[in-house]
Design a protein around this ligand. Structure first.
Ligand SMILES: O=C(O)CCC(=O)C(=O)O
Ligand SMILES: [Fe+2]
Length: 319
């Protein structure tokens, strides 16, 4: 069994209305049934191989350069608590390094509110133009995300803009991730296990709206289907994996599902790039369908509550 394919080109640009409706229906059904989709027919100017090269070159930077970007949880004198680098922590529940960025246009401010936190960038770039290449990828993910939301509006018969309008000034996060190879000497302490398999990202659902995942050719991503069986999502060229987050599940009254997934520990280095599409802080989350029944709230309230559950973010202003 493989995940359904949705063609992004059918949902974009000079679109043919019939093809658009048909693809929006496929997208909605796949998100309702699986919560996971393979995206193909991606924009021509989106260069996935280049992004993976950019990620590998970031993690090959000198350790000191990366550590200067670490968040305060890992580096006491850091000004950043939200956006930045996190090192691998052998013995913990996950085993990966990461570097997280938000919307590239945030200006540095001295506000204590982490929602105002600006990006940090390496003081030595892997190559000239690396930062603009990564920023371009961020903008392209935001655009693909909007195209998909546009399709979901059609699937649910919503007024155009009902969802998409909440994504200007988005709080979306781009994460570059590096999973070191594990071997017999690795401290696998608290890592999740299932039979003889070990997982460097434990079973979870994503918390936001939707995730656009680029993975290299190593493999290891597993998704739990409706029967409760784990299936492997094989890497494929020119493909992104999309999955629904818990907030969109709630927003749609559980008509779309946030599906559990996990990542098996690799025996060689693995690189992946999840882009977590998130609304603007002041987006009002109010029932989207008549199946949804909850009191409206602002996205920033949800985010602060979520983050306060993660030890890395303890002490965030207002969290
Ligand atoms: O690295 C991956 O392939 C997926 C990671 C993931 O599920 C996550 O960061 O939420
Ligand atoms: Fe995830």
């Amino acid at each position: 069994m493989t995940l359904p394919v949705v063609r992004v080109d059918a949902l974009m640009g000079n679109r043919n209305e019939d093809a658009f409706r048909q693809e929006a229906e496929r997208l909605g059904e796949a998100c309702a049934r699986w919560g996971f989709v393979r995206l193909q027919g991606l924009p021509r100017d989106l260069n996935l191989d280049r992004m993976l090269d950019d990620v590998r070159s970031f993690f090959s930077l000198d350790e000191n350069i990366k550590h200067r970007l670490a968040t305060r949880h890992f580096r006491a004198d850091s000004l950043n608590r939200y956006r930045g680098f996190f090192p691998a922590e052998p013995g913990e529940h996950a085993l990966k390094e990461g570097f997280e960025l938000g919307w590239s246009d945030f200006e540095p401010t001295d506000s204590l509110d982490f929602l105002q936190e600006s990006n940090v960038w390496p003081d030595v770039q892997p190559y000239d133009g690396w930062q603009s290449s990564v920023s371009l990828y961020f903008d392209q993910m935001l655009e693909v995300g909007q195209v998909l939301l546009d399709g979901l509006e059609t699937y649910f018969g919503l007024t155009p803009g009902r969802l998409t309008r909440h994504f200007n000034n988005s709080l979306s996060t781009l994460r570059m991730a590096y999973y070191p190879a594990i071997d017999g000497r690795t401290n696998t302490g608290k890592l999740e296990r299932d039979g003889d398999q070990v997982f460097t990202t434990p079973t979870h659902t994503d918390s936001g709206i939707l995730t656009l995942l680029l993975q290299d050719r190593t493999g290891g991503l597993q998704v739990r289907n409706r029967q409760g069986e784990w299936m492997e999502v094989e890497p494929e060229p020119d493909t992104l994996i999309m999955n629904i987050g818990a907030l969109l599940e709630q927003w749609t009254g559980h008509q779309l599902v946030a599906t559990e997934h996990r990542v098996r520990a690799p025996d060689r280095s693995r690189y992946s790039v999840p882009f977590f599409l998130e609304p603007a802080p002041n987006a009002e989350v109010a029932p989207l369908t008549d199946k949804a029944d909850f009191t409206p709230f602002l996205y920033e309230q949800y985010l602060k509550r979520k983050l306060s559950q993660f030890v890395e973010y303890q002490g965030l202003a207002g969290a």
